[in-house]
Ligand binder design. Structure first.
Ligand code: ACM
Ligand code: ZN
Length: 724
């Protein structure tokens, strides 16, 4: 069967007259399995492309063979999806003038589940953006869209039978701080926002439109209806399906109550009908706190009658019962690795998010699994270490990390590896409110994911990938897609003192091949600034400011490292109160090593004091003029006990015995719950001559009422003290 597929659909072909291009590396992402270039170039217009499906030539329905020669281009797919992907490759091979290298490509994906998730519950994203998101996914040959439709304050899918799910939505009450859903996963920042950011749901018509839009791009939409946890919105609207002993909006269904299953099964029935293409219904089932069930008479009675020995087995009972219903409706069930707790349901597929381990266990037990380990492919995690990065969740999944993702682990027995269907990246949106921000978290990490999931490990090559990525970023720009330039942002890769006291700093960027320029006087480096080569040797007090350039333009964020080689650098520090052994920051020199911590409490460069003040004295070695002290502190109310100090005081001394207080000031409280680093410049009224400087930062004490950890001791976190 041969037929033509609309090439215009892919936005091909605006032809200008130019001469034959210089040979250059093909920048196809993801990298094809086999590509042989013939060394010549031909002009290809739309009339010179033949396409067709021929399963005797290409066996994988997503695979294709692309031949470009003097007669034009031919794309043979193993299915329509293969043709679609073959045309995408052709488009990426073409330059703007229509020249294409003569090539022969045979290509097929390594994995059949190449997924991308989006949480539309914590923040809502309109239908138009979902379509744009699907365009971006299709461009990267992602073939599964995991649509996280219910969670926290937002149930985003119209269910005819239960209209209150969307009408009595918890997000409508967001502005009322006394509403019963207080305690839902909602940051202060979120709370401050207008409820408009939260409002919204998809009608059934919207869903059908999106499913069809995805289908046209060879993407299957897998709907997720979370249960039995993460269901605050549902238990807010229908509290009768939570345990009778639970507080309102507790977010956990009661498996002791048979009507809970009726409720959820009716919802599943409507979902099944809305997603005819989806082989799976995703039930989440992650992070279910079991305390509520422990205190519920219905749950306890269920455990007795069913002979369940603990609440894990009760969760397993719940999941089994839902699976039976989902299977009866002709769908398979998939859930997060917690569905392994208490015994895996007979036909379940496991989505392994806490690491690879759940997926390994599932595969070795003969179950299918999809790998989504948070330390590699959670795109709500940071993608750069610079303070310019927007508030993100947890760890650091930069481009090289994502690129290194391999869903198949050596711990999986050889005859069980086919159970690994593939992998996926997730975007949770607690911290993400706008489509632009979603795109920023998605791109260009999705390019790295695409290659990790499509390309065989033998054809993966980080060096080639980073060269190709430059052109990929230009393609994003041409399409108006917002992408992160974090890969260009310089960071301190290594730093040490030479025996002569000079400080040696080595910089890197994730993406190599871009010149870094720097200054040492605090000014912003222009294109004429000093070019970084292999290290910077600092011999005098300096502020290092560095940035990378791409095509002559600044790219990424600016790295700024202040107060290098200040008067306190490598001074002897004596502590009146010891730092906590769990947060040493690197020990006694941590605060004078000119090494600055990142905006995350888990950075080991922070030195922490639990319930006590930071109170230390620096010995500068000899008496000298001192004009002030600079230091900085971390605060992160939302997820830690780390608080700004309440007072800062400084004393100086010439003999180490008699100290004179030169600074004593209160620190203004800041109840912003998001992570912050607050610098303090404590300039003296007039310079004093001193050898010893004592600095005290007063601990907040017991965490106040309203703090998520109220009543426990506050911490003081600092990473550096500077004397100038
Ligand atoms: C998850 O991130 N809780 C699946
Ligand atoms: Zn119960």
């Amino acid at each position: 069967m041969r037929h033509s597929i609309s090439a215009a659909f892919l936005g091909l072909f605006a032809i200008a007259c130019t001469s034959r291009p210089e040979p250059r590396e093909a920048a196809v992402i993801p990298q094809p399995m086999r590509m042989v270039k013939r060394g010549d170039y031909v002009r290809i217009g739309p009339d010179r492309i033949r396409t067709g499906v021929d399963t005797s030539v290409v066996s994988n329905p997503e695979g294709y063979r692309l031949t470009v020669g003097p007669d034009g281009a031919e794309v043979i797919g193993g299915g329509e999806a293969g043709v679609f992907y073959g045309l995408q490759t052709l488009e990426q091979l073409r330059d703007s003038a229509g020249w294409v290298p003569t090539v022969e490509i045979e290509d097929a994906p390594r994995f059949r589940w190449r997924g991308m998730h989006l949480d539309v519950s914590r923040h809502f994203f309109p239908k138009e953006f979902i379509k744009r998101y699907l365009d971006i996914l299709a461009y990267h040959r992602i073939n599964v869209f995991h649509w996280h439709l219910t969670d926290g304050i937002g149930w985003r899918l119209a269910i005819d039978r239960y209209p209150l799910l969307t009408e009595r939505a918890a997000w409508r009450r967001v502005k009322d701080p006394k509403a019963p859903w207080v305690g839902l996963e909602l940051s202060d920042e979120s709370r401050r926002d207008s409820a408009d950011t939260y409002g919204g749901y998809y009608t059934k018509e919207d869903v059908r439109e999106i499913v069809a839009y995805a289908r046209a791009r060879h993407i299957t939409v897998i709907p997720e209806i979370e249960m039995p946890g993460h269901s605050e919105a549902a238990t807010f609207a229908y509290p009768e399906y939570a345990c009778p002993t639970a507080r309102p909006g507790s977010g956990i269904y009661c498996p002791g109550n048979d009507s809970t299953f009726v409720f959820l099964q009716r919802i599943v029935d409507e979902v099944v009908e809305l997603f005819p293409d989806a082989p799976y219904i995703h039930i989440g089932a992650d992070e279910v706190g079991k305390e509520q069930w422990r205190g519920c008479p219905l749950c306890q009675a269920r455990m007795r009658t069913e002979g369940l020995k603990d609440e894990h087995e009760l969760q397993s009972y719940f999941v089994h019962r839902m699976e039976e219903h989902i299977n009866a409706k002709g769908k398979a069930m998939i859930g997060y690795d917690e569905i392994l707790e208490g015994g895996l349901a007979p036909n379940a597929t496991v989505m392994s998010w806490t690491g690879f381990e759940g997926g390994v266990r599932a595969a070795n037990a003969g179950h299918d699994a999809v790998m989504v380990p948070l330390d590699y492919v959670y795109f709500d995690h940071y993608q750069g270490q610079n303070p310019c990065e927007p508030q993100a969740w947890g760890g650091y999944n930069g481009l090289p990390r994502v690129y290194s993702f391999d869903p198949v682990r050596p711990e999986i027995e050889a005859d069980k590896r086919h159970h690994i269907l593939g992998g996926q990246a997730n975007i949770w949106t607690e911290n993400i409110r706008t489509p632009e921000h979603v795109e920023y978290m998605l791109l260009p990490r999705l390019a790295a994911l695409a290659e990790a999931l499509w390309t065989d490990t033998t054809a993966k090559d980080w060096g080639r990938f980073e060269r190709k990525l430059d052109r990929q970023l230009s393609r994003y720009a041409a399409r108006g897609w917002n992408y992160a330039e974090s890969g260009f942002t310089p960071f301190v890769a290594e730093q040490y003192f030479r025996p002569d006291g000079a400080l040696v700093v080595r910089l890197e960027t994730e993406l190599s091949g871009y010149p870094i320029r720097y200054t040492l006087d605090g000014s912003l480096p222009s294109e004429g600034a000093e070019l970084y080569t292999d290290s910077i040797v600092i011999k005098e007090p300096a502020t290092l400011t560095a940035r990378a350039f791409r095509g002559g333009e600044p790219a990424g964020c600016v790295l700024k490292v202040p107060h290098l080689l200040n008067r306190a650098t490598l001074a002897k520090v004596s502590y009146a109160t010891p730092y906590n052994p769990a947060y040493t920051g690197g020990g006694d020199t941590a605060l004078v090593d000119n090494r600055y911590a990142f905006k995350r409490g888990d950075d080991r460069a922070w030195q922490g004091f639990e319930g006590t003040d930071m109170d230390l004295t620096l010995d500068l070695g000899e008496e000298q003029p001192v004009a002030g002290v600079w230091t900085e502190f971390l605060q992160h109310i939302a997820s830690t006990s780390v608080m700004l100090p309440t007072r800062l005081a400084v004393w100086t001394s010439t003999d180490g015995q008699n100290f004179t207080r030169v600074v004593d000031r209160a620190v203004e409280e800041d109840d912003d719950s998001e992570v912050m680093i607050r610098p303090f410049d404590l300039r003296f009224e007039a310079p004093v001559s001193a050898r010893y400087v004592r600095i005290r930062a007063t601990n907040r004490g017991v965490l106040p009422v309203g703090h998520p950890r109220e009543g426990s001791p506050a911490w003081v976190f600092t990473d550096e003290v500077v004397v100038y």
